[in-house]
Design a binder for this molecule. Sequence first.
Ligand code: ADP
Length: 720
Amino acid sequence: MSRIASVLLPMPLPEAFDYAEPEGMGLALGDQVAAPLGPRTLRGVVVGLREAAGGNRPLKPVEARLEEPALPEHTLEFIQWAARYSVDAPGAPLAIALRGARAPKPKPHKVVETTGTAPARPTPARAKVLAAAAEARLSPADLARAAGVGAGVVKGLIEEGVLAARLVETEASFDPPDLSRTGSALNASQAAAAEALRAAVREGGFNVTLLDGVTGSGKTEVYLEAAAAALAADPEAQVLALLPEIALTQAVIARFAERFGAAPGEWHSDIAPPARRKVWEGVASGRCRIVVGARSALFLPFRKLKLIVVDEEHDGSYKQEEGFIYQARDLAVVRGKIEDAAVILASATPSLETLRNAETGRYRWLRLSARHGTAELPDVELVDLRESPPDTGRWLSPPLVRAMGETLARGEQTLLFLNRRGYAPLVLCRACGERMCAPDTESWLVEHRYTGRLVCHLTGFSMAKPDKCPHCGAHDSLASIGPGVERVEEEARLLFPQARIAVFSSDTLFDAREARRLIEAMESGEIDIMVATQAAAKGHNFPNLTLVGVVDADLGLRGGDLRAGERTYQLLAQATGRAGRHERPGRALLQTYAPEHPVMQALKAQDRDAFLQAEMAERELAGLPPFGRLGAVIVSGEDPPGLEAFVQAMAKAAPNTEGVEVYGPADAPLGLVRGRRRKRFLVRAERTVDLSAYLAAWRARVKPPASIRVAIDVDPYSFL
Ligand code: ADP
């Protein structure tokens, strides 16, 4: 009997396609295959195999089974679960899972080996080369170096046939973790937390722990012990640590490397394709036992994943909002369940979702309430900008400037935090009032002085800054309104010309290595004042940093979406938490126009729990997450009447279900993106409702014309 293989292709197709298995191919679940689709051949993965019943129309055959690692069953299960939850095609998460498999292999490299032929003319230099070649297989250049001779000697031996050069595949090798090494001596509360985590890991099976500790309390030290326990318990066990930012992965990689004497696999979008391939294969084969990465590392083909750490679990960057939409923290818990692994969610400012799970006992809850050693949490002061305004055209208030001067005089460091890239968020014509906007998107263009361009932060559109107003033609009339990090840097340079000042923002840094260099420069005290967006405000440890100035503490509160208060609190608590992490006490100054706001008061009093309890009560009253579920449906099209007709039809088609309310359609706050008009629905459901199933059923009832796109965002973070 012949068999039928269901093959999932990494494309937005609703389901796997059936192909005939050619005689003798011997396919197994998870195998990577080449399969035809129309005129093309694609890489896909076998997700089902069954005996063919007679009488069906003939199927196209699978073209080939690829000689490459198969996807483990649990990985397949996870991909399918994720697609169902996100109401998306399973090919979308599969494409993420295959990103490493599709990357080019590292180039084979040349090594030289002895052939057994003796040299016709032995010399001491030649003898040294032969001795070195007997020890290790090296490239010709490395061999010459190892033997301490010139390259000509090796070349001569190759020409004579005494040595032979050949190409070998670069193997994905990862040094095994050295489990005999020990970590830092832990203080009492760290030791208790580490012991609880070790027990959770050794117990085996799925469990989730919230590791809730103030900034600098040693959460990383503690979860490294859990990793050690997982690796020691089973020689095949693998550990995954997720970080919300690439810049943070670098620091945590260094801590893993130090703890286990071996570099972990590194995974994020900045990794070069051959290195990506290497990590992917290492994970699939089980040779790579520790991975530190950004959210997409969750889709790697782990063979035996036993521990997942989600560091800074509250961070909004875990939500992927383009392409396949997912929340990596939530999916990490799902993956943990599928893999029967322990999960640790670590944060100083846990999300309300996680706190709720800890409060109700679904997650274990470990707290570290003090900083390690003598370090104290910084004093937080509010600067009321109504009373102490900066000078006109300036952004730093007199109290903050004074504190910066004192810090500089003591030889200590300042971090100025402003979560706004570029020079100025708005460019306006003084003559006619025209605001410079992107041509096809309803958003202001942000001025970047380093590049001299006006940039749309939503779509990436950019143009050179014009010398006259495109609307009224007035010359030199374009004014830069408001500050971004580049402008605050300019002001800091004017105020403190002698200080060493740097900007840390995704625009000013080229790649992960450059980011790491800047972080190291800050760590080692080569920078006096760092002006940074959120990328540098989280997680890092700057021993000599004693002053944090938040330039615009109110920034995140505007716009007022569901999580505005929570997010502002988390971000500012993280930012202020950078100060005074070592012996010297720290101080944080928050510039605000709303010092009476509960977020500002909670930050000042450092009373996280009171603030979160108040937030929690409000959410409960409104039935919002974590007490209810939300889903967003974003419909876009180029033709406004066609779009309107479609969303009206869609509104009528919404299934009537107990415990579900549908709001909309409404114009999206961001009404035009890349030339497409946007409309939104918001769905609120009771916790008991399967919201994904509801949204899938709704979408199945409507068939959008080809020009209209329907995107579903389960548990939205952005309400634009
Ligand atoms: P968190 O992850 O909670 O912010 P870290 O683990 O980064 O905290 O610890 C903060 C700083 O204190 C780091 O420099 C870390 O090396 C140091 N530290 C924490 N615990 C210890 C310990 N038990 N022994 C030595 N240093 C520690």
